[in-house]
Every structure is written in C-alpha cells, then in structure tokens.
Ligand binder design. Structure first.
Ligand code: ADP
Length: 372
C-alpha cells in the first residue's frame, strides 16, 4: 500500500503542477527597424535587458526616460529568423496530431509583424511564416506515422471576422468580382456558429476543404491572402482591421491499435490592437475600432476568467471567442505571440501590448511575476 500511496501522491503532485502551470504561453517578437520607421531621432526603444537571468526571456522598453522591464516565456529579437521562431513552436503544432486543441495567436498593433510571423513573405520560401511551416511539418509527420498504422484526415477552413461579421476566405471558383461582391454583403450567408456535444465547432455555410498535402493548403492560403488584400485596397485596409482564423481539423485512426484522435490547430492573426486615438475616431473607423476593441477585450476577459477558474467564462461576448470556445481552456493549448515594433514612435503602443501580454503570461503561473 506504500507503493500505491506514493503513486497517488506523485499523481496529485503532477496534477497540481499542471494546474499551476496552466496552458497559456506568451512569446514576444520584436521586428527589425524598417526604412519607413524612425521619423524621430530616438530610433529604437526596445532593448535586451542587461541581467543574464532574463536572457532570451526578458525585454526592456524605454519610454520618456523610463525603463519598463518584462519577462515572457521567450523573447525573439529582430535578428531571429522564421526558422528559429518555428523551432520553438513545432512541439505545440505536433500536439494537434496527438489530439490536442491548439490555438496560436499573433497580437500587436498594425505593422508590428503579425502577418510576417504567421504567413511570412509571399514568394520567399526562407521567409515562410508559422502557418506554412506548421502544415509542412504536420504532413511530414503524418507520412512518417503511416507505417505504424495511422490514417489521418485533414480539413481546412479559413475565415475573417470583420466588425463582428464572419467572411469565408475559401471559395471554390470565385471570381474577383465575386470577391468584391462578398466584401459588401455576406452573399446571403449566415455563418452561424454552433458547438456540438463532442466539442466540435460548426460554422454554417463555411467552406471546409479536405486536404492531402501542404501544397494544397499553400494554394488555399494564397487564395485567402489575395481575397484579403482585395479587401485591403477596397475597404480601408480591412485586413489589418479584421481577425484572420486558419483552422486545421485533424482526425486520426489507428486500426491495429484501435486508437482514435481528433485534434484542431487554430492559427490566428488578430486585428491591430492600436487604440482609438491613433486609428481615427469617426464613422466607419470608429465602428471598426470599437468592434476590434470589443473582441480583443473579450479575448482577454476569456483568458483571465479561465486562468482564475471562474465559473462563468464570457465566451459569447464576441464572435472570435465563441468560435474558439472549445479550443480555449480545458486541456487545450494556447500560445500568444506579442509582436512589437522597435520604433520610438510606437513606444506607447508597444508598452500597451507588452503590458497586456504580461497579464496573459501571468495567467500561466499561480503567482503573477510582474514588473512595472
Ligand atoms: P502586421 O501584420 O502586424 O500589420 P506585418 O507583418 O505586415 O505587420 O509587418 C509590417 C512590415 O514589417 C512588413 O513590411 C513586414 O515584412 C515587416 N516585418 C515584420 N516582421 C519582420 C521581421 N521579423 N523581419 C523582417 N521584416 C519584418
């Protein structure tokens, strides 16, 4: 019975550690200074902290002569390559094949590098972002698991949430005029979100495509990017004003071992987090900004409620959180990138982003480990 007691104690301890650790991690990524930046003489305002302790995890921002220090699970400075960033998330991506529900977000002001991190630079393979790299890895792993009897089915959907309205980014045989038409109306589609008893999300009318290779997904991604950039020129750079949600559903069966897994990988490029003053505050812009603020604050409300293990989690307060409900909390895994511009003219926004991210990061550990 000593052995059993010991085993029980070990399990209890393990569970406590899991509970304390939670499941939200935060990585910070600082983009390089760009030629269009640096209108002011101050130039860069982001630094590595001097203490060795914070190496690779700490970041300092100096604003109006004041230094603010932050620590995250990981900090990528401007010289970090797309490959280096991907290496740090590849394990998490892999867990979707093991049946986990995974969400990876990119949060930050417009121009801070969210799309670069998620998608990369079109046409430049070495600058591919996390989405194409994740898919390549998943399809490679799938191939390597086949000899062990695993058979996987994968489905992709891609959507955009703009002003609390969902827009399908996959279209079969859609011409560019159709795209424009869809910009202005939803083509009569409802895109109602429902969750079934198994924790699966269904969005009515949304296109779901069976995919068999990373190439097929790359084609769809390209199409989605084009569809978004049509919106960009036609509608006030809509792409930076909307959330982009890429979803891969994975269902795997091993007939010889009778194992069954169902995982989901959500990769999300959030709308720019900049505050009202900067983005203008009249008419459509005001409405957009309010919608973005509402959904970003709903997202943080959900994260904080989950971290505090509150009985009521306000998933229904925004389309984004309701859509992702089954993939947030529970035994799902969440990672947030906070993207930062090093430019002095962005210092105020960067500080806001870092503060927000620090609060999210504090959710991970029982006691907040905060700063200024
Ligand atoms: P966001 O999606 O946050 O609006 P982008 O991803 O479009 O921002 O990035 C803004 C600009 O900065 C783009 O020209 C992009 O190519 C560039 N950029 C962002 N991050 C990096 C990086 N790590 N290395 C090089 N260029 C970057």
């Amino acid at each position: 019975s000593k052995v059993i007691e010991g085993e029980m104690l070990r399990k209890k301890l393990h569970n406590t550690i899991l509970e304390l650790k939670g499941n939200i991690r935060v990585f910070c990524r600082v983009r390089p200074l760009l030629p269009d930046d640096g209108s002011s003489s101050e130039g860069k305002v982001i630094f590595y902290p001097t203490s060795m302790e914070a190496h690779g995890r700490g970041i300092d921002l100096v604003q109006s002569g004041q230094r603010h220090s932050f620590t995250f699970d990981k900090v990528f400075m401007p010289d970090a390559s797309q490959e280096e960033v991907f290496v740090e998330i590849s394990q998490l991506v892999q867990s979707a094949l093991d049946g986990y529900k995974v969400c990876i977000f990119a949060y930050g002001q417009t121009g801070s590098g969210k799309t670069y991190t998620m998608m990369g630079k079109p046409g430049l393979p070495e600058l591919k972002g996390l989405i194409p790299r994740s898919l390549e890895q998943i399809f490679q792993t799938r191939q390597s698991l086949e000899p062990q009897g695993w058979k996987y089915e994968m489905q992709v959907s891609m959507l955009e949430i703009y002003n609390e309205t969902i827009r399908d980014l996959i279209s079969t045989n859609r011409s560019s005029t159709d795209v424009l038409r869809l910009e202005n109306s939803n083509g009569g589609k409802q895109y109602t979100i429902k969750h079934d008893a198994n924790g699966n999300t269904h969005v009515s009318d949304l296109t779901i495509v069976d995919v068999r290779s990373a190439k097929e997904v790359a084609f769809l991604l390209n199409q989605a990017a084009n569809s978004r950039s049509v919106g960009k020129t036609q509608m006030n750079e809509q792409s930076s004003r909307s959330h982009f949600v890429f979803t891969l559903r994975i269902s795997g069966v091993n007939e010889s071992t009778e194992q069954h897994v169902q995982g989901v990988l959500n990769l999300i490029d959030l709308a720019g987090s900049e505050r009202l003053s900067k983005s203008g505050s009249t008419g459509d812009r005001l409405k957009e900004t309010q919608a973005i603020n509402k959904s970003l604050s709903s997202l943080s409300d959900v994260i904080f409620a989950l971290a505090k293990k509150e009985d009521y989690v306000p998933f229904r307060n925004s389309k984004l959180t309701y859509l992702l409900q089954p993939c947030l909390g529970g035994d799902s895994k969440t990672l947030m990138f906070v993207n930062i511009s090093p430019d002095s003219s962005s210092a105020g926004e960067s500080l806001c982003s870092l503060r927000f991210a620090a609060r999210v990061n504090a959710c991970e550990i029982g006691t907040p480990r905060r700063q200024t």
